[in-house]
Design a protein around this ligand. Sequence first.
Ligand SMILES: *Cc1c(COP(=O)(O)O)cnc(C)c1O
Length: 363
Amino acid sequence: MKLESMVKPEVRTQPVYEPGKPIEEVARELGLDPAGIIKLASNENPFGPSPKAIAAAQAALLQGELYPDGGCFVLRRKLAEVWGLKPEQFVIGNGSNELLELVGHAFLRPGDEVVMGNPAFVVYKLVTLLFGATPVEVPLVNHCHVLADLAAAITPRTRIVFVPSPNNPTGTSNAEAELLAFARALPEHVVCVFDEAYAEYLETPPDLRPLIAEGRPVICLRTFSKIYGLAALRVGYGYASAEMAALLNRVRQPFNVNAIGQAAAVAALDDREFTDRCRRENRTGMAQLGEGFKRLGLEFVPSVGNFILVRVGDGGRVFDALQRRGVIVRPVKSYGLPEWIRVTVGTREQNERLLREMAAARV
Ligand SMILES: *Cc1c(COP(=O)(O)O)cnc(C)c1O
């Protein structure tokens, strides 16, 4: 029998996620020196991980023969301390991407509807399709999520709504009061997933814990991949009611988060100085890019994340031209933004280099 006819229909038609290419691969393809390439494509932290996280990861490697703690006991206890919640209210994932999938595992049946903004993080749609559910995409207005529009798209078949704030790829956010009111007004059959991957870049991130205290079906997702600089180690977490966390813990693999990542994440949470510095540097770098784009006469979307959308005309062409000059950025045609590219805020030097190459490439 042909595999094609055996495979589940959702899998047959599942779109493939296209990640940003690693530096080494770009260097190989274009015959460039990897040392001269900078990557501003995947919203990684240009300052790397905290030195404390690196030390903890190195120490954990010495016990690499042991299975990790499948329950992430130390990390959940640490998070409970940081958040003033109970350890049972956390679920740890192999990046928050895995948590998005776990939500699908736990809640989505074929025929369900899932409400999400467009453009928003593409993984919401991928997870929805993977479980045979139907994405209901709500257009953003001026690159912002209009929560009333999301609410209006909800039907009796809606099972999940994804609310990213700040959103990727637009870098826009919604205010705390708005987010709280939105979740409070949802019908009882809808699970609300707040994706807060970039919340640590906000000066005052919204506090969504009241929703959990009120017993609402919400889950808030965070990641160690962005401001904590640990994308390689794949650790993300969700906080929710103990009941919600238990359900998601039931559908994950027993050892879904590796020991090196767990150790690094615990240490990263202890280094507030590092994240405070990264937030400050990001703000300065964002201003630097904004001024640079203005000088180049380019429109951009004011962003509260660690990345920024800039309108360059032909995003694909500019992506290619910059890549040949050793600067990797993100084309966003797949997000319905063919005229734009998304650029991660780098170090001062990296931002200068990007602006220089953009000028030289006559963007
Ligand atoms: C980067 C990102 C994530 C996190 O990905 P990880 O799997 O934790 O590395 C989640 N949501 C959004 C919107 C992101 O941009």
